[in-house]
Design a protein around this ligand. Structure first.
Ligand SMILES: [Zn+2]
Length: 66
């Protein structure tokens, strides 16, 4: 799975806040993700992340979500 910083991931499990989409802040040995709904950040091991990611949402140029 090709995941890059700036990608938005849709996870299989929903966050307790109800959010499903996570912004990738860092990739490497582990991923740092920020929940786009509540803004909370979490680290997840690379191998584990790939299993829990449902899909990578298409990137959009610029931020039009205001
Ligand atoms: Zn959340």
């Amino acid at each position: 799975m090709d995941i890059q910083v700036g990608d938005v991931l849709q996870m299989k499990k929903t966050h307790p806040c109800g959010g499903k989409n996570w912004l990738v802040l860092r990739v490497g040995m582990d991923f740092r993700l920020r929940c786009l709904t509540c803004g909370r950040e979490m680290m997840i091991l690379c191998g584990k992340a790939e299993k829990s990611v449902k899909k990578v949402l298409p990137r959009t140029d610029g931020e039009d979500s205001k």
